[in-house]
Design a protein around this ligand. Structure first.
Ligand code: PMP
Length: 428
């Protein structure tokens, strides 16, 4: 089917819901926002939910017996239920509101990890993890002496599942793996990995920061033990994220942060913890961000995640086709059929930073650097890459604008090391 055929969702129409997309870069150039893997933009419905909460519904939650506190507590708990349904969790107490994916993973590494791991134990990660799913485990290894092992990435950007036979043993107590790589876009076979890990008795945490926003998630179908994601990557506010955990596991885990709300009783001699989910929500939680995250959930449900992922697949296919016309461009990661809406690439002979700056001058926002995945970049033999990442409001036309901007950037830039410039195709 030709790439320009009808899209499964009307991104042009959806764009009207996102005030920021009308922005002109430096008051001149229309914005092409291709930095969605870093953070997404908010529709009016989410902005309105924030305004409504602060204007009419705001108080601290779970604390007062007054009307306003009951109102905000109700909205906050409705948000929990909305998230529970969104990821098909069995019970709302399995949804812990955290500041984001990073905080969710740290919670598990600290609480479950410190309580359960010893020097003879192993934690299995992969070579494509975001630093958020590496550093907390390095810290855990420093505290407990446990050993970290890594599932390798193949040259075409897939996880090498053949290594599971050797890596998953009775010593493996925990597996933490990214569902969709924030660099390669690779959609990992999470369900298979979880099943294999469970065979050796290991628990599994899924870093779903780049998957929950873009495709339907069913934690029960996955059989995931823990799953972490962030509000700001799914049209919601920053400052809120989620840790899903199986009730039985969360129940058995010690609290991570101590303070108000997470206690049942405190004396000068000690404390007893509150029940789930409050046990893991010490202090005042992200009340309005959680309420607005629910508005984002409702928006995504109305659009339909199947349409979102199909739309992004279309954009990714077109991006691959466009980039393949430029000599010297190397796309990191697999073919579009195996990835989400993330396309990272390097261009032989050109400094990635110069290219990113030239794109920015033409209103195209892409990401530059190691994207918080230094070990993966080292493995791929590149120090920095350019990354274009899409969401439901991006259009095929924007990829044409990107191609024109890249073409003119490469024409104007001097290739480094006096190398032959990448040949620049006609873009139409
Ligand atoms: N994991 C992945 C795969 C990510 O892409 C990100 C954000 N770039 C994170 C974890 C961390 O998310 P946050 O910064 O919202 O905590």
């Amino acid at each position: 089917m030709p790439l320009d055929d009808i899209l499964p969702l009307d991104a042009h129409a959806l764009r009207a819901d996102f005030p920021i997309l009308q922005t002109r870069v430096r008051d001149e150039t229309p914005l092409v926002y291709f930095d969605n893997a870093a953070t997404t933009q908010r529709p009016r419905a989410v902005i309105d939910a924030i305004t409504a909460a602060y204007e009419r519904q705001y108080s601290n939650v779970h604390r007062g017996i007054h009307w306003l506190s009951e109102l905000s507590t109700g909205l906050f708990e409705d948000a929990r239920t909305a998230v529970q349904r969104f990821i098909r969790a069995e019970r709302s107490c399995e949804i812990i509101f955290t500041p984001g994916t990073t905080a969710s993973i740290n919670l598990v590494a600290r609480s479950w990890g410190d309580a359960n791991l010893r020097a003879s134990d192993e934690v299995l990660l992969t070579e494509m993890e975001h630093h958020s799913n590496l550093v907390p485990w390095h810290q855990l290894a420093q505290r407990t002496g446990c050993r970290l092992r890594f599932l390798p990435v193949t040259p075409n950007g897939l996880l090498d599942l053949t290594a599971l036979d050797e890596l998953l043993t009775e010593r493996t107590r925990f597996v933490s793996v990214v569902a969709v790589s924030n660099v390669l876009g690779t959609i990992n076979p999470i369900k298979t990995i979880i099943a294999r890990a469970h065979q050796v008795g290991a628990l599994v945490l899924v870093d779903a920061a780049q998957s929950v926003p873009h495709d339907a998630t069913d934690v029960r179908d996955l059989d995931a033990d823990f799953l972490a994601f962030s509000g700001h990557k799914m049209l919601g506010p920053s400052g809120v994220g989620v840790l899903y955990g199986r009730e039985k596991l969360l129940d058995a885990m010690p609290p991570f942060l101590g303070g108000g709300s997470m206690i049942d009783r405190v004396t000068l001699d000690g404390f007893t913890s509150a029940d789930l989910p409050e046990k893991f929500e010490a202090g005042t939680p992200p009340i309005v961000p959680a309420i607005a995250m629910a508005a984002a959930v409702h928006y995504l449900e109305a659009v339909g995640l199947a349409a979102v992922s199909a739309h992004e697949r279309r954009l990714t296919e077109k991006m691959h086709a466009v980039l393949s016309r430029f000599d010297g461009v190397r796309i990191l990661g697999p073919d579009p059929g195996l990835k989400g809406g993330i396309v990272s690439f390097v261009i032989d002979g050109f400094n990635a930073q110069d290219v990113a700056m030239m794109l920015d001058e033409q209103g195209v926002a892409v990401r530059l650097g190691h994207h918080c995945a230094m070990p993966l970049h080292a493995k791929l033999g590149v120090s920095a890459s350019l990354r274009a990442s899409f969401y439901l409001y991006n259009t095929l036309d924007e990829i044409d604008r990107f191609a024109e901007a890249l073409q003119s950037a490469l024409r104007m830039l001097k290739p480094k090391g006096g190398k032959r410039p990448a040949s620049v195709p006609a873009v139409g």
